[in-house]
Design a protein around this ligand. Sequence first.
Ligand code: SIN
Length: 525
Amino acid sequence: MTWEAGADLVVVGSGVAGLTAALDAAEAGLRVVVVTKDATDAGSTRWAQGGVAVVLGDVPGDTVEAHAADTLAAGGGLNDAEAVAAIVAGGPAAVGRLRERGALFDARGARLDRTREGGHSAFRVVHAGGDATGAEIERALVEAARSLTVLTGHVAVDALKDASGRVAGLAVLDDAGRPGVLRAPAVLLATGGYGQLYASTTNPGTSTGDGVALALRAGAAAADLEFVQFHPTVLYTGPAVGRRPLVTEAVRGEGAVLRDRAGTRFMVGRHPLADLAPRDVVAAAITRRMAETGADCMYLDATGLEGFAARFPTVYASCREAGIDPTREPIPVTPAAHYACGGVVADIDGRTAVPGLYAAGEVARTGLHGANRLASNSLLEGLVVGERTVRAVVEDLAHPRTTSSELVAPAPAVGVADRGVVQRAMSAYAAIGRDATGLATASDVVEQATLLATPLDRTGVEDAALTLLAQAVLAAAGTRRESRGCHVRTDFPDRDDVWQKESLLVTLDDGGRPVVGTDALAGAA
Ligand code: SIN
């Protein structure tokens, strides 16, 4: 028996973008329901360490324009400059509202502390609890959202449409596999990324690409999916699967340096910013050095940093748990899958090409990140686009529209492969350093493991999403025959400006399989 309920706006996901939007929507007088497949704070937001990149006007010499320029430089020529300018400019007000909602940032007196991360030309990243910024933001937002209706333990399955093709609701399954329908003229996807496509990731178990899969099935486009950002430094404790402890870039921002096993500083001379080069450069350099030296990891030397345990309590605790004292010995580190630079094509107001379907945060591709996200721009994007989306929803709902009571869902059967098979194939052939042969091998492996099935519970929905994302990422990565940003092809090692400004669009064909095109993004959002 399917239960039914109604709302003006359903927000899927309870991280920074989702809760910011839900709180704003409630303040705007909308009936809002938040749907989250796990506990409210189980998404990626709470694991973010470094902070929020924002120009508040009190760092001499730093400007919003400089922040935008750093974002564009990191993005490898694929950013949307207008989106960059608008989102970066929206940062100060959004951070102000977050503080009004109770988030406490580290400060000396009235002035917020700043740190620096890779690719930033200034100390402009505000942080909380030392290296626990995401945890503090999630705490404040969850606390502020206590009066909202939050449906935990419910996974979003499909957007439902009315006869005109407008989104009119959301199909969900609870933890016991019981189906439900939320009727609503607006559905906002804020479901995070797809780091769980890889065996080793900084992302929690919730990051399975559900939002991108749902949007594709609803007829939206995705773009830039091949740009999976690997964080250069997660704590290495031997081969491991699942979420790995992050070692924030702010450790390098405050003076730590990378060394190989012999103690050589291999980032010096590779990039003008050396250890503080943009993340794609550092992650690729670590991967290369590991291959050159046959080592399983590189080393982050933070032994010269004063007050490490107080400044980086989360990293310190992870190291101590692994038997490492970062104040006395270098931290063993490797890259791991960290952030989806691409996602559902949406404008900076969260609108997708499907009327009534919105996307904000990591699930969305707004054009802010291009081929490689600048560190600490993700919480910023979640805050700014989360609130802009609610303004768009309010505006859109003001237009009268015809509604029908009958709801249409996509065909329920989808391709589902074993998650371990997908993760192993993606890690072996579609991580940093890809080539045509490996990508084709991974596609074959995923293809052979894929069966048609109707997901009956959260695991089924997640496995189906990971399968579709694997197919889509492999197709896009195989199509882009150049290296740019996070997409490193060993068979096409150089940037090729034929691909400049060509974001690869992914849509589904009638059989539900990803198709890659290079059409202009105009009209896709
Ligand atoms: C970090 O703290 O290094 C990660 C921050 C981010 O991904 O933006």
